[in-house]
Design a protein around this ligand. Structure first.
Ligand code: GRG
Length: 329
């Protein structure tokens, strides 16, 4: 349908994006294939488990917004999804999680060893695929991103059970473990279009801010959401003793007595008082303040788009930024 005739002005862009994503999904299925049946089984299970495919969408949206003339964007979109999936496989082992995307995690179904090793398969397959694009800077960006993600996870490990973790330390962790892959995805879209350096940096800044907003909301939902909607267990961060922003702010906002309880919960990964702690975090204003921090990041992301051409793809990126803060799953 012609854009002027569509009920929703973004409908044509969204259907074009869906068509591009079909191509990415086809490629993902193709590139997953291995001679080893267990690899096909586990990687297929997690990759087709219903993820949102946010990072591939960023590659495609930026590439289209900037007029990418080539045909590598689907490959790189699949690459960032493979890297993301590898990190999820490893993360669920580290966190001993048993539920993701509303389904049993791969580690719960197939065991830790198989999960870690299939994560390694996906991660190394992603590197084979990015080499095929034959651009050294693509390798450079993705090698740096994956290295920073791993650093972020180790930094997070150092903060676990530490109630004196500062907001700055927390923000550093989420910029590394989550925002870096969003940043790389946006940057790849710009690189495929040979965007000038200032525009590439604006795209990277969008990805960084969106990734930060995304993780802030993820951390809100861990206290606020419902297991059914979220597809993972509520209160997991607390059980693991992770001092996320909602908890750090709750320690500031609550009375001294309540704050002492929260400190103890972080130190012990206290499941006995889980409901009480969740209620404190929910009622003291910490979730609203964390959402506000996410809203500011989304505003930064939106501002970064000013350097991009004014077209439907850029508008979709703006919409993406605005909607990300209101998400409930
Ligand atoms: C294999 C390079 C490599 C590193 C391993 C374990 C680890 C180091 C990194 C884990 C990083 C991690 C899991 C960060 C959290 C990112 C996050 C918010 C995941 C959830 O993303 P969604 O909601 O997932 O986009 P879906 O299910 O939609 O795909």
């Amino acid at each position: 349908m012609h854009a002027a005739l569509s009920a929703d002005p973004h409908a044509d862009t969204l259907s074009a994006l869906s068509a591009e994503m079909l191509e990415v999904d086809r490629l993902i299925a193709h590139r997953l294939s291995s001679e080893v049946a267990l690899i096909n089984q586990i990687s297929g299970y997690i990759v087709h488990a219903g993820g949102k495919r946010m990072r591939p969408k960023l590659v495609l949206l930026f590439a289209r917004a900037l007029g990418d003339p080539g045909n590598h964007r689907h490959e790189l979109a699949a690459v960032v999804e493979f890297i993301h999936t590898a990190t999820l496989l490893h993360d669920d082992v580290v966190d001993e999680s048993d539920l993701r995307r509303g389904k049993a995690t791969a580690n719960a179904l197939f065991g830790n060893a198989a999960s870690v090793l299939v994560g390694d398969f996906l991660y190394s397959r992603a590197f084979q695929m990015m080499v095929s694009v034959n651009r050294m800077r693509v390798l450079e960006v993705l090698a740096e991103a994956t290295n920073v993600i791993a650093e972020g996870e180790v930094l997070q490990l150092l903060n676990v059970h530490d109630p004196d973790t500062t907001v700055e330390q927390y923000l550093r962790v989420i910029r590394f473990k989550t925002a870096k892959l969003f940043e790389a995805s946006a940057r790849l879209g710009a690189m495929l279009s040979d965007a000038p350096p200032a525009v590439e940096e604006a795209c990277a800044a969008y990805g960084r801010a969106m990734g930060t907003a995304f993780q802030l909301i993820d951390d809100v939902l861990d206290y606020e959401g419902s297991t059914e909607l979220l597809g993972k267990n509520i209160g997991d961060d607390l059980r693991e003793g992770k001092p996320t922003l909602p908890l750090l702010l709750a320690m500031q906002y609550c009375s001294a007595e309540q704050s002492a309880k929260l400190r103890k919960a972080v130190e012990l990964g206290d499941t006995e008082h889980l409901q009480e702690v969740v209620t404190l975090v929910r009622t003291c204003g910490a979730l609203e303040a964390t959402r506000e921090a996410a809203r500011k990041e989304a505003e930064l992301a939106a501002k970064s788009l000013e350097l991009l051409p004014d077209n439907e793809w850029t508008k979709a990126l703006l919409e993406f930024a605005i909607r990300s803060v209101g998400r409930s799953s």
